[in-house]
Design a protein around this ligand. Structure first.
Ligand SMILES: Cc1ncc(COP(=O)(O)O)c(C=O)c1O
Length: 377
């Protein structure tokens, strides 16, 4: 008996495979096609040669947790305790899973805002929880907090948020965080805040982390990923930031899910992230890519949905095709040789707004090839 009978191969695997088979330009899965900084690679190699090749301490190597705490303090202007508040995980995905495993009891409900990253719902269900899906409002992917409130019941334990948002590129506002704080307090909810794109935010907008709001931070687990920030999605290193009482519980599950995360990469990241120049430029870097992609589409019939963060741009094709989005994505890959992700797969109810998600974390050369094709529509 399958514990996830309705779950098949993920759309990311399917579309990437189709892109390979068809020789299509792959703007489907979210990963950069440019290299990790050579300095960071050299640091990993250095620590491997120095003998840092055995198990790391369960919560993460102290040097990395200290560097994370220093960076958080510089960003949020308050102290963070690396001993009690920071846990290094095998990427954002494991951080999310460990937090859900720590707090969701069988029968507990968790509010998930759709479209949502694909790991949320299975992680909740595998831990015996019940995902309660509330849809964001198209076309700005905003949250209707009254709708959220009306979906809170006696067994609601947690709410998950994601800003900047995958797949839409929408970002939460201070008003959202204030509403969230009020609701979480009133209903005694834990907030699981997926902030893996924290540094990939555009147009001069501040990233609205739960960590900016002391009351909210007290009941939140914030999740981050070095994969996104340092173009190293394959290294799978991330971390959680949570108050001591919550961190204690997260570590209980973390230690049996993965125990510890790879040591030389942690050592290298500890040193590399001390230089803010290594991440402060990231918003500008990706904003240029977003603008390059959007400029290249001018004159075409694709309608971009405003994207203020993440490395995804969603485009509407409603003006020129009525195909269901999964079919449209397939046709675009097989016939026209550009792979994307249909947005309906991020919804439990498969809402189809005729949107495709394109990853613009690519070299200009790759984007040029895709744009040449997309402009023909
Ligand atoms: C919204 C969101 N959360 C979490 C993750 C997972 O991060 P990681 O690759 O560090 O596990 C991703 C990766 O694409 C993501 O888009």
């Amino acid at each position: 008996m399958s514990r996830l009978p309705d779950v098949g191969t993920s759309i990311f695997t399917i579309m990437s495979r189709m892109a390979n088979e068809c020789g299509a330009i792959n703007l489907s899965q979210g990963f950069p096609d440019f290299q990790v900084d050579r300095k960071l690679i050299d640091l990993v190699y250095h620590y491997m040669k120095e003998g840092y090749n055995q198990y790391a301490p369960m919560p993460g190597v102290p040097a990395l947790r200290q560097s994370i705490a220093d960076t958080l303090t510089a960003t949020y202007q308050r102290p963070f305790n690396p001993e009690t508040e920071i846990t290094v995980t095998a990427g954002g995905t494991q951080a999310l899973f460990s937090a859900i495993a720590a707090f969701v009891q069988p029968g507990d409900e968790v509010i998930v805002l759709d479209p949502a990253y694909d790991s949320y719902s299975p992680a909740i269900r595998l831990n015996g929880g019940i995902p309660v899906h509330v849809n964001l409002h198209y076309p700005d992917f905003s949250i209707d907090w009254n709708e959220v409130k009306s979906n809170i019941h006696a067994r609601t334990r947690m709410i998950m948020i994601n800003t900047p948002h995958n797949p839409s590129g929408a970002v939460l506002t201070p008003n959202d965080l204030n509403e969230l704080g009020r609701i979480a307090e009133e209903h005694n909810l834990i907030v699981l805040s997926d902030e893996v794109y924290e540094r990939i935010i555009f147009d001069g907008i501040r990233h609205e982390s739960v960590l900016h709001y002391p009351g909210l931070a007290n009941r939140s687990v914030a999740v981050f990923s070095f994969g996104k920030t340092f173009h190293a999605t394959g290294w799978k290193v991330g971390y959680t930031v949570a108050p001591e009482a919550l961190t204690r519980e997260i570590r209980k599950t973390h230690q049996f899910i993965t125990f510890a995360v790879n040591t030389p990469v942690q050592m290298a990241l500890a040193e590399y992230m001390k230089n803010p120049q290594h991440y402060l430029h990231l918003g500008k870097f990706y904003q240029q890519k977003r603008d390059y992609f959007l400029n290249g589409l001018q004159g075409s019939s694709w309608q971009p949905v405003p994207c203020h963060g993440s490395y995804f741009q969603t485009l509407s094709y409603a003006s020129f095709s009525g195909l269901p989005d999964i079919q449209m994505a397939e046709e675009l890959t097989r016939k026209h040789k550009v792979a994307s992700i249909p947005v309906s797969v991020f919804y439990r109810d498969k809402t189809d707004n005729k949107l495709l998600r394109f990853c613009f974390a690519k070299n200009e050369d790759t984007l040029d090839k895709a744009l040449e094709i997309l402009r023909k529509f």
